[in-house]
Design a protein around this ligand. Structure first.
Ligand SMILES: Cc1cc2nc3c(=O)[nH]c(=O)nc-3n(C[C@H](O)[C@H](O)[C@H](O)COP(=O)(O)OP(=O)(O)OC[C@H]3O[C@@H](n4cnc5c(N)ncnc54)[C@H](O)[C@@H]3O)c2cc1C
Length: 413
């Protein structure tokens, strides 16, 4: 008997997140313009559509089995810079790290940070810091500008692509005097010492600080903090002293407003890492509120347990989070963020992560949905108590649920 491969169509391609688990087949569209993106949304089939950046999130949020996935990475133009207002507008597929490198010679850096992920994916994954507005393509194929402060802004930041396709993002910039950060590392004998340092009265917020905690043993930790180096702080004779960063000079009278960046239409992205033959892994990322440090200690103790599937992880990462996210599905919680990467095949991993989920939920925390591919739906409203507000807004905006993903189906979003 002939065996047919289980492919819906030759045009369907298997997609995963960066963890390379839970693949599903989708029709991949790669729009190069906003009009092509609108066309792909209008032409989607009954399984709907969802946007995708560089597939850097770990779970199944940027997948849509049997439906359309819009790969936004060809939409990577920098539309312009408003140096007076400190804003840059870039298309949604722009890699934030490439954008940061492109702006650096002008002494500017996006407040949203820089990394191998896209501007649109960053918004949809729940990072709204430094995002002032975006252009959102709706289920009807029309786009609109959404500004900070509007309910749709909050629902889209962390909305995992389920409120529409972000086509372009307006990002706030901060001035930098040099291209350098000064790093400082402090070692701690265990997690208690680390948390005592971070929560000491009068401790100064360190937005770039993160700690690596050894999962095994006593849980030794190394905290690394970084601060921008001002021009005057460069060592004497440093080559950067000879070429100070300078704001762009635009031809003609300067009246403010959005201007194309001289000689620069695109930010060149570097190839995504993790595309090689790497074994699948699960990234468990969770938030624990301030004041529930005992829960964070408990999670780290579980990771270090003798039979923990996470003992093989090189380290767990702990970050201090200084503000809650605004939207109903926003991940950030003022307090702590814990991340660990574990090989997907580790024995007993599923049950182990279920136990972590329960502890996180009991502590009033939540798992990061952009990294998740396995959370049980029953825990979702406990972790995200404003889930109904999100569902209500989505029902009004997109009554036929055009925007869908594997994650949305799995969790009943
Ligand atoms: C401050 C900061 C720190 C971070 N730290 C880490 C880290 O340590 N490790 C790490 O791996 N990642 C980190 N991230 C990245 C973040 O967690 C997401 O994984 C990443 O932003 C998404 O990557 P992507 O652009 O490839 O989107 P994808 O992974 O392709 O998609 C992620 C989600 O966004 C949606 N989406 C993508 N593009 C669009 C669009 N244009 N319109 C609507 N929805 C869209 C998808 O549907 C999916 O739901 C950090 C991001 C920031 C801003």
């Amino acid at each position: 008997m002939a065996v047919e491969p289980l492919l819906a169509d030759d045009d369907f391609v298997p997609l995963t997140g960066s963890g390379r688990t839970a693949p599903s087949l989708a029709l991949l569209a790669r729009p190069r313009t906003a009009a092509e993106a609108a066309g792909a949304v209008l032409a989607r089939g009954s399984r709907g559509a969802v946007a995708r950046g560089r597939g850097r999130s770990c779970g199944d949020a940027a997948q849509n089995a049997g439906g359309t996935v819009l790969d936004l990475t060809a939409l990577d133009r920098i539309r312009g810079l408003d140096a007076a207002a400190g804003l840059v507008v870039c298309e949604a597929g722009t890699e934030l790290g490439a954008l940061a490198r492109a702006l650096l010679p002008y002494g500017l850096h996006p407040r949203a940070g820089g990394g191998g992920w896209t501007a649109g994916g960053t918004v949809a994954s729940g990072y709204g810091n430094g995002v002032e507005a975006f252009e959102l393509l709706g289920a009807d194929g029309r786009s609109r500008t959404v500004r900070r402060g509007e309910p749709l802004f909050d629902a889209t930041v962390g909305g995992l692509g389920l409120t529409g396709v972000v086509l372009a993002v307006t990002l706030a910039l901060r001035p930098v005097e040099t291209a350098y950060l000064r790093e400082r590392s402090v070692r701690f004998r265990d997690v208690d010492a680390l948390l005592a340092h971070w929560t000491a009265p009068g401790a100064v917020p360190e937005p770039y600080a993160r700690a690596r905690v050894e999962p095994a043993g006593r849980g030794r930790a190394v905290l690394t903090a970084a601060a921008p180096v001002p021009y005057a702080g460069l060592p004497r004779g440093h080559r950067a002293r000879r070429a100070p960063l300078a704001p762009p000079s635009f031809p003609g009278p300067w009246a403010g407003g959005l201007r194309p960046l001289p000689g620069l239409a695109r930010a060149r992205a570097v190839p995504a890492y993790g595309r090689g033959p790497r074994a699948g892994f699960v990234r468990y990322r969770c938030a624990v509120p301030e004041g529930r440090e005992e829960a964070l200690r408990g999670l780290l103790a579980l990771l270090a347990g003798r039979r923990s599937p996470a003992r093989g992880a090189r380290h767990a990462r702990v970050e201090r989070v200084y503000a809650d996210g605004a939207g109903p599905l926003a991940f950030p919680v003022r307090g702590w963020c814990l991340t660990v990467e574990v090989p997907a095949g580790a024995r007993g991993l599923g049950r182990f992560l279920d136990v972590l989920d329960e502890r996180v939920a009991e502590a009033g925390g939540r798992v990061c949905l952009a990294e998740d591919a396995r959370l049980r739906p029953a825990l979702l409203p406990v972790m995200y108590p404003r889930l109904d507000a999100f569902r209500g807004l989505r029902a009004a905006l997109d009554p036929r649920s055009v925007f869908r993903s594997d994650l949305a189906r799995r969790l009943g979003l």
